[in-house]
Design a protein around this ligand. Structure first.
Ligand code: F6R
Length: 366
């Protein structure tokens, strides 16, 4: 049932205020001062003293893992590696005593992720799952875990499962930090408050759909597209590019904005749309200078920016506003316009957004 929407992908994009809330509900105390992750209670001591955390996933789930890398390193001061499960399983990865593996998977059935955790388990690692489908194969192989509670995701391109994964991984990161003592109580409470405000900020981001649709009409004939972001928003740039290529078949690449001059800038000409995720965070000035570099080469910049950023609005070809939020929480809000942009461009191109060619919802073979 598409609930009145034209496609499952659109329905699932619009479900996100609710699904994000489902992912934190019951896990944040009513007074907003603590987090309880029931599924992690037994392994919290190991997480707190973990010498290293390795996050495994594929595709969108790997992108959620990248967001978690920034969070865990910032707040928990634990070294993190994020690996493609398909690579990890065939390497000879070094797993030391005490290392913790976090497997991220919507379906819980991805063959590579499943094989990777089986291997790490044999090597003695503690395995934690962050999965959506309850009772699926990956959660059955893990020692502990947290379900993402996004509900059934039918659109092949993952949307609400991604924001649910990021929500859960954010709760995990700040709770590990809290138990470890690497975050102070006030920062901890600020972050909890920010998480509680996400559903409303996502609603505001969704309200820009008409604007996004009109932007999509200008860029639907693109052959290539570049997505740029920094820090917490670098994985969001990767995810935006993946969404576009999956549903519209436009070749798109996500890049850390600072890497642009090391190669991709050679692609910039007056045919190239460049989507720059540029809210007013710590990296704002740097992303703006990357945008200027694109503009100087006649690229078309579509900026995802904060409401009221007149300076940047003047500089770019098109812009999509998002509410401002704490940088650590910003992926949850900034990804919304990128999902809608991919959806509308794909529709304009007559693509089957719910069932893109060559893709399967759950990749149970390697
Ligand atoms: C992207 C997408 C895929 C999956 C990947 C992992 O929209 O759907 O990239 O994210 O196949 O799947 P799960 O999360 O089920 O392990």
């Amino acid at each position: 049932d598409k609930g009145g929407y034209e496609h499952y992908m659109l329905k699932e994009i619009y479900e996100q205020p609710t699904t994000i809330e489902q992912s934190f509900k019951g896990r944040i105390a009513v007074d907003g001062k603590s987090i309880v992750l029931g599924g992690l209670i037994d392994v919290m001591p190991q997480l707190v003293k973990a010498p290293r955390i390795i996050i495994l996933g594929c595709g969108t789930s790997w992108h959620a893992g990248l967001v978690a890398e920034y969070l865990i390193e910032t707040y928990c001061r634990i070294p993190v590696e994020v690996e493609y499960a398909s690579e990890f399983r065939y390497r000879t990865p070094v797993i030391n005593k005490g290392d913790v593996i976090i497997a991220v998977s919507q379906s819980g059935e991805t063959a590579d992720t499943l094989a990777a955790i089986k291997k790490a388990k044999e090597d003695g690692a503690i395995i934690i799952g962050v999965c959506n489908v309850v009772g699926s194969s990956i959660p059955r192989e893990t020692h502990a875990g947290v379900y993402t509670h996004a509900g059934v995701e039918i659109g092949v391109a993952s949307t609400k499962a991604f924001t649910a994964q990021v929500t859960v991984l954010t709760l995990m990161a700040i709770q590990i930090a809290k138990e470890k003592g690497s975050i102070d109580q006030s920062e901890y409470e600020i972050l909890i408050q920010e998480i509680l405000e996400v559903p409303n900020k996502v609603r505001v981001a969704l309200s820009k759909e008409d604007k996004i649709k009109s932007i999509s009409d200008k860029y639907s004939d693109a052959v290539n597209a570049l997505y740029l972001g920094r820090g917490y928003l670098f994985p969001v740039a990767l995810e935006g590019a993946l969404k576009l290529k999956e549903v519209s078949y436009i070749h798109a690449e996500g890049y850390a904005a600072g890497e642009m001059k090391h190669g991709p800038i050679a692609l910039v000409d007056d045919n190239l749309p460049v989507v720059a995720v540029a809210p007013k965070d710590h990296y704002y000035e740097k992303v703006v200078s990357n945008i200027q570099e694109v503009k100087a080469r006649k690229g078309n910049v579509i900026a995802v920016l904060n409401e009221g950023d007149l300076n940047l609005k003047e500089m770019v070809n098109d812009f999509i506003e998002i509410p401002s939020c704490h940088p650590a929480i910003s992926p949850l809000v900034a990804v919304i316009p990128l999902q809608l942009l991919a959806y509308h461009i794909a529709l304009n191109r007559g693509c089957d957004v719910d069932q893109p060619r060559n893709l399967a919802k759950s990749v149970t073979v390697e």
